[in-house]
Design a protein around this ligand. Structure first.
Ligand code: SAM
Length: 415
C-alpha cells in the first residue's frame, strides 16, 4: 500500500509506462471491490475532517442548460447573475451557437483545450455547434411542441419501426430488446431513400441530453486528434486529476438496462436523440473545416451508434449536477450536469463522510468528519428526506436499494 508521495508517484508511473490507465486511487484512498458489489473508495489510513481527497479538474462531457448558455462561463462555469450581470459579454459565436466567457483568460484556456490543431482556432467546433442550432430551428419549424409520449423525430415510415418502444413496460426490458432497438435504428438510418422528417421536436430534456452527447463526441474527437490535449493526470503527486480520457469514461458503471427498466420511455427517447444527431451530416456537408471537414469528423463517430450509446450508458447514475455558487443559506440552482469521471467511484451513504464543492470548472471532494483507516468514503446522492422517500429516490434514479446503517435505523424507527 502506498503511504507517501514518493511511492504514489512510482505506482502511477508504472501505469503510464505500461500505457494503461491508473486506477482512480491516490495516496489517501484506494478504489476496490465492495463486499456488496461494484467498486468503492476506501481510506488507506485515518483522514482528518475537512481534508481534500480528490480534485477533478473538469468534466469529460458536460451540458449547461440552454437558458443559461450566455449566463454561464463556458470554461469556469461562473454564473453572470452572481456578478450582477444579465449575461457574459466575451463570446465566440456563429449561427446563434457558441461559447460565452466571464474573462479573456477563460476564453484563452477554453480555446487552447478545444483546438483540433494547436494554433488553428476553434472554427470546427463552432461549425458543428452552429449546425446543431440550425437543426433545432428546422425541427421547431416542422413540428409543434408535443409531449414526450407523442413526440417523433423520424417520419412515418421510420417511426412505425419504433412504435413498440413508446409503450414499453419495465418487465419487457432485456439486454436483447435494447440491443435490437439500437440495431434497428442504425439500419433504418443507413437505408437509402428512407426519408427522415421531424414531425415533433425533441423536448427540452432530450435537447440537453443531445448537447451532452455532442460535447462528449467532440471531446473524443479532440482526444483522438490530439492525445496530449486531454491529460488524465494533471499532478501526479497530489489529489488533483484531469478530466480523464475516453478509456476512463468507459470504466464507469454501465447503467443502460437498469435505467431503461426504471424509466422505460428513455429507450425510445435515446433512439430519437441519436436520429436527431445523425441529421447533422447534411447540414455540415458543404463546410470547409480542417483538417478533414466537420461533417467527416462527426460521420466517423456517429455512423455507428456505439459512441453515443457508450455515453448514454454511463450518463445516468454517474454524472454530477453543476450548481451555482449560492451561499449555503440561499436556494441554489442547477445550471447543467457533467461527468467528473474519477469522482464517480464514491458510493452513496445517507450519513456520508465526504461531500463536494465546486471550484470553478473543478469539483473537489473532501471529508466532513474524521475517517478511520479502511473506512469506505461515501457521499450522499440525495437530499435529506424521510427514509421511504430516500429509498424510493435511490431506487428510481440510482438503481439500488439503500440499506445503509441510517436507513436500517430509520426503517426500524418507522415500524
Ligand atoms: C456513481 S456509481 C458508484 C461507483 C460504482 N459502485 C462502481 O462500481 O462504478 C453509483 C452506483 O454504485 C452503486 N451504489 C452506490 N452506492 C450504493 C449503496 N449504498 N448500496 C448499493 N449500491 C450502491 C449503485 O449501483 C449505483 O448506481
Amino acid at each position: 500500500m502506498a503511504t507517501g508521495t514518493g511511492e504514489e508517484d512510482a505506482s502511477i508511473s508504472k501505469y503510464i509506462a505500461a500505457g494503461s490507465q491508473p486506477p482512480p486511487s491516490n495516496h489517501l484512498y484506494e478504489t476496490r471491490a465492495t463486499p456488496y458489489g461494484g467498486r468503492g473508495a476506501f481510506a488507506r489510513g485515518p483522514i482528518a475532517k475537512n481534508t481534500d481527497i480528490l480534485s477533478c479538474a473538469g468534466p469529460y462531457a458536460s451540458v449547461i442548460f440552454r437558458p443559461f448558455k450566455k449566463e454561464v462561463c463556458a470554461w469556469c462555469f461562473a454564473y453572470a447573475f452572481e456578478s450582477g450581470k444579465s449575461k457574459w459579454s466575451i463570446k465566440l459565436s456563429v449561427d446563434n451557437a457558441g461559447a460565452w466567457f466571464c474573462s479573456e483568460h477563460c476564453e484563452e484556456l477554453w480555446i487552447k483545450e478545444h483546438e483540433l490543431v494547436q494554433g488553428e482556432g476553434v472554427q470546427w467546433w463552432l461549425e458543428i455547434n452552429g449546425a446543431f442550432e440550425r437543426l433545432i430551428a428546422q425541427m421547431s419549424q416542422s413540428g409543434t411542441k408535443g409531449t414526450r409520449k407523442s413526440s417523433r423525430v423520424v417520419g412515418e415510415s421510420t417511426s412505425t419501426r419504433f412504435a413498440h418502444l413508446e409503450d414499453l413496460k419495465s418487465k419487457e426490458v432485456t439486454q436483447e430488446l435494447v440491443d435490437k432497438a439500437w440495431s434497428i435504428a442504425e439500419k433504418t438510418l443507413s437505408d437509402k431513400g428512407t426519408a427522415i422528417q421531424f414531425t415533433q421536436p425533441l423536448n427540452n430534456l432530450e435537447l440537453d441530453t443531445a448537447r451532452y452527447l455532442l460535447d462528449g463526441l467532440l471531446h473524443k474527437i479532440l482526444e483522438d486528434a490530439r492525445p496530449d490535449a486531454t491529460r488524465a493526470l494533471s499532478t501526479l503527486s497530489s489529489i488533483a486529476i484531469g478530466a480523464g480520457r475516453w478509456a476512463d469514461y468507459l470504466e464507469l458503471q454501465d447503467n443502460e438496462v437498469p435505467h431503461i427498466c426504471s424509466k422505460p420511455y428513455v429507450l425510445a427517447s435515446h433512439v430519437r436523440i441519436y436520429c436527431f444527431l445523425r441529421q447533422l451530416f447534411p447540414l455540415l456537408a458543404g463546410s470547409k473545416g480542417m483538417p478533414s471537414g466537420p461533417s467527416d469528423l462527426l460521420r466517423r463517430y456517429l455512423t455507428s451508434s456505439t459512441t453515443v450509446r457508450a455515453l448514454l450508458q454511463r450518463d445516468p447514475g454517474n454524472v454530477f449536477g453543476i450548481w451555482d455558487m449560492a451561499p449555503e443559506a440561499e436556494e441554489s440552482e442547477m445550471l447543467g450536469w457533467g461527468a467528473y469521471v474519477f469522482g464517480s467511484y464514491f458510493n452513496h451513504d445517507c450519513d456520508p463522510n465526504i461531500t463536494k464543492r465546486r471550484e470553478g470548472r473543478a469539483v473537489v471532494f473532501y471529508t466532513i468528519r474524521d475517517v478511520c483507516a479502511d473506512e469506505e468514503l461515501c457521499i450522499s446522492y440525495v437530499d435529506d428526506a424521510p427514509v421511504g422517500e430516500r429509498i424510493a429516490h435511490l431506487e428510481r434514479d440510482w438503481f439500488f436499494s439503500c440499506r445503509c446503517a441510517k436507513c436500517i435505523q430509520d426503517l426500524a424507527n418507522v415500524s
